[in-house]
Design a protein around this ligand. Structure first.
Ligand code: HEC
Ligand code: HEC
Ligand code: HEC
Ligand code: HEC
Ligand code: HEC
Ligand code: HEC
Ligand code: HEC
Ligand code: HEC
Ligand code: HEC
Ligand code: HEC
Length: 466
């Protein structure tokens, strides 16, 4: 084994690799090599060919017992600021972002010691191959700036590359392991602006952990789903909560693209227009919750709320979905499930209250819950208590000459609508946007707001303004 003490000119003159004709005088280069070898005693050894001593191996001149790459560099340095050391170990040991590289991806690995080290000396040669050159990337090592530009690995082929500085070989502090160092996190442009990468990229787990290093920085943009995704109970909730826009990969019409199957390939025929395939189906077949998108049935959930009440002909007509939502006829109807608010339904009031505004859970400035004379009413989709006959138009708040007719039952003048003060006779005429006056006796002119022919006991013979 060599030792420091033996790195003398005398020893160097006898060095087996030293050409015989130059063995006469001192040689600084050979002494330096010897010194670096001497500093690396105890490394794992394997014999080198070409007449070098058994005690020497690739780690003798550079590298350590971990691997043959610096540190140490050939001049003995271990500092990452030394260009010979740099980010070697960051590339050669599996980290959080990439599988380990091999020397051959950045150098031509010497096969024989007859030409190695380079008899002409000089810095190490960097020759990229494999990963760094994937997809036509043409990387360049610039020793002056110590930067590698245009490498595939650091995102040369990915969107936004022009705005990222090429990585600096001697900056080894985690900067280039950041998930946003080589590509946006998430990428910008048309890429979905979601941070839960795992929904669409199979090699990443929750929290941005690369769970399969073999699939990251491998030249393929992996997409796809976790195991078991073929089950409706796994991908169904993702689709209903809009975890991803399935159309991005499965095609604009969900018809399937390449290895991404058509949604029609497994679902029963007609599923796209079957409104209870994804929501509703408990109280009705029209698609209205319950159940809501999360599977809830209780009316205390916003997604369920007062749907059944509004959609049933009770004390009012059964209102269509379009009273509160856009018209939907199919899964792909614009504004339905693939819209800018994934998993969240839009309430756009029309019908009797086109001026109304919805701010969950409240409908503001509406007609329906008012007194029949003006808009401006407010009502919650999850009311604290059921509405009574006095909730919307309290007896004391009725207009015109109601007050002076207080002793009379409503049916005297609203016989087509009411059966008595508490019962609606014909729901189709109540809260339908029209004041329905149907006198038991006589007739009412809604334009002039007068009644006539009301008979004895009322306003006999006269035409009285309301
Ligand atoms: C990610 C690319 C990369 C990988 C992988 C890599 N190297 Fe290097 N290597 C470099 C760069 C860059 C330099 C500096 C070149 C220069 O000085 O111009 C270098 C320099 C060297 C040097 C010269 C050190 C000095 O002191 O000047 C040695 C020796 C070396 N590498 C060995 C290895 C070995 C052995 C492996 C595999 C175990 C390896 N390298 C893997 C990029 C790499
Ligand atoms: C006698 C000392 C010595 C031994 C032994 C040695 N190297 Fe080197 N190696 C160097 C020097 C010096 C350099 C710097 C570039 C040059 O001078 O060729 C280097 C550079 C390298 C490089 C960078 C690429 C290049 O060629 O410039 C690689 C890779 C490398 N060595 C691998 C190995 C491997 C693998 C072994 C074992 C088979 C080995 N070295 C054994 C001295 C040595
Ligand atoms: C909703 C689905 C979805 C989510 C979530 C998602 N991606 Fe993507 N991503 C895609 C699609 C689709 C592509 C394009 C695939 C293709 O080109 O084959 C893509 C492409 C990429 C690309 C290569 C495109 C480029 O040019 O930059 C990177 C890098 C990427 N995603 C990273 C991320 C990261 C990081 C996250 C999480 C922070 C993430 N993605 C979250 C769907 C998604
Ligand atoms: C050293 C550069 C680099 C770093 C650091 C990096 N990535 Fe990537 N990433 C890439 C490249 C290059 C791609 C292009 C696709 C490929 O080759 O796998 C990619 C692709 C992706 C994709 C798309 C799916 C895929 O792998 O094909 C996701 C998701 C992603 N990276 C997430 C992350 C996360 C999370 C981190 C942080 C832990 C991270 N990346 C750190 C270079 C990097
Ligand atoms: C590999 C077969 C398969 C593919 C492909 C598939 N599904 Fe499904 N999906 C199912 C099965 C099975 C069910 C459960 C069906 C049932 O209960 O009738 C289901 C159920 C669903 C449900 C939940 C319905 C509910 O509330 O129970 C949704 C939402 C859904 N799929 C969306 C999609 C979308 C969107 C696509 C295309 C991007 C798709 N599926 C592709 C097999 C598949
Ligand atoms: C980033 C691209 C991407 C997005 C977004 C995407 N898928 Fe896929 N999907 C794939 C790929 C790739 C496959 C085939 C490989 C696989 O099964 O992972 C696939 C397969 C499937 C399968 C069949 C799984 C099996 O094992 O047979 C179902 C079901 C599915 N996707 C449903 C959905 C649903 C629902 C959505 C929207 C919520 C969606 N996908 C969004 C890429 C995507
Ligand atoms: C009186 C107004 C009204 C009518 C009529 C109405 N909805 Fe809704 N709908 C709402 C409100 C309010 C929400 C809750 C919105 C929110 O999340 O803030 C909602 C939410 C939904 C949701 C999403 C549930 C969830 O889990 O988030 C679906 C699906 C839905 N409605 C379907 C229908 C269908 C189908 C009809 C017709 C058959 C209908 N709605 C009629 C007011 C109405
Ligand atoms: C494949 C699942 C699926 C099917 C089938 C489906 N819907 Fe939906 N529906 C959703 C999802 C998811 C939402 C939540 C919408 C969002 O993200 O904006 C929704 C929301 C709604 C809403 C609330 C308003 C809105 O735009 O968000 C109405 C109304 C509605 N659906 C009606 C229907 C009708 C009518 C049908 C039958 C023609 C139907 N849906 C079929 C998944 C489905
Ligand atoms: C949700 C609010 C609301 C509730 C609750 C309500 N009404 Fe009405 N009612 C109205 C509105 C609004 C009108 C205005 C006329 C219209 O649009 O039909 C009205 C009108 C009437 C009229 C006049 C005839 C007509 O329809 O024009 C009678 C009578 C009436 N309501 C009786 C009742 C009775 C009885 C009850 C209890 C069973 C009741 N209302 C509960 C909102 C309500
Ligand atoms: C004596 C006849 C009469 C009786 C009794 C009567 N109404 Fe009316 N009501 C009218 C007339 C007439 C109108 C139409 C006013 C118009 O055209 O503007 C009306 C309108 C209404 C409206 C619409 C809003 C408004 O104030 O104009 C409501 C609500 C209403 N009545 C509720 C009731 C209820 C509830 C009862 C029983 C408690 C009742 N009415 C009893 C004659 C009567």
């Amino acid at each position: 084994m060599l030792s420091h003490a033996r790195c003398t000119d005398r020893d160097m003159r006898r060095h087996p690799r030293r050409p015989a004709e130059s063995r006469a005088g001192p040689n600084a280069a050979w002494t330096a090599v010897c010194l670096s070898v001497a500093g690396l005693l105890g490394c794992e050894r394997r014999p080198l060919s070409d007449g070098l001593p058994d005690t020497m191996d690739c780690s003798s001149c550079h590298g350590s017992d971990k691997n043959t790459a610096p540190p140490k560099s050939v001049d003995g340095s271990v500092a990452v600021s030394n260009v010979g050391v740099g980010a070697h170990q960051a590339h050669l040991i599996a980290g959080k972002a990439a599988r380990p590289l091999v020397c051959g991806e950045c150098h031509i690995v010497p096969l024989s010691m007859t030409t190695h080290p380079d008899p002409n000396g000089g810095p190490a040669k960097v020759a990229f191959a494999g990963r760094a050159t994937l997809l036509g990337a043409e990387p360049v090592w610039d020793r002056a700036t110590r930067r590698c530009s245009d490498t595939y690995c650091h995102g040369a082929t990915l969107s936004g590359a022009e705005s990222r500085d090429p990585p600096e070989w001697t900056t080894v502090n985690g900067t280039y392991l950041d998930c946003g160092a080589c590509h946006g996190n998430p990428p910008g442009g048309t890429h979905p602006q979601q941070t839960d990468c795992e929904v669409c990229h199979i090699d990443v787990g929750p929290g941005g952990v690369i769970k399969d290093l073999q699939l990251h920085i491998n030249g393929v943009i992996e997409s796809g789903h976790p195991d078991g995704y073929e089950s409706g109970t796994v991908h169904g909730p993702d689709a209903k909560q809009g975890k991803s826009d399935c159309r991005t990969c499965h095609g604009a019409g969900l018809e399937g693209v390449d290895d991404k199957p058509s949604c029609d390939s497994c679902h029963p025929a007609g599923w796209r227009t079957n409104c209870t395939f994804c929501h509703g189906g408990t109280d009705s077949t029209n698609g209205a919750p319950p159940v809501d998108l999360l599977g809830n049935s209780e009316t205390s959930f916003l997604g369920v709320g007062a749907h059944t009440e509004h959609l049933s002909r009770t004390t009012h007509p059964a209102y269509p979905c379009t009273t509160c939502h856009i018209g939907i006829t199919d899964v792909l109807t614009p504004g339905h499930m693939f819209d800018s608010t994934p998993g969240r339904s839009e309430v756009i009031l029309s019908g009797l209250s086109p001026q109304g505004q919805y701010t969950a859970p409240i409908c503001n400035n509406i007609y329906c819950h008012g007194n029949g004379r003006a808009n401006g009413a407010v009502a919650s989709f999850i009311p604290a208590a059921p509405f009574t006959c006095n909730s919307c138009h309290p007896t004391g708040g009725l207009g015109g000459h109601h007050g002076s007719h207080n002793g009379f039952s409503c049916i005297i003048c609203h016989s087509a609508v009411a059966e008595d003060k508490e019962t609606i006779a014909n729901p189709d005429l109540h809260v339908d946007g029209k004041k329905d006056v149907s006198l038991n006796l006589g007739s009412y002119d809604p334009t002039a707001k007068t009644c006539s022919g009301t008979g004895t006991g009322c306003h006999e013979g006269t035409s009285n303004p309301w």
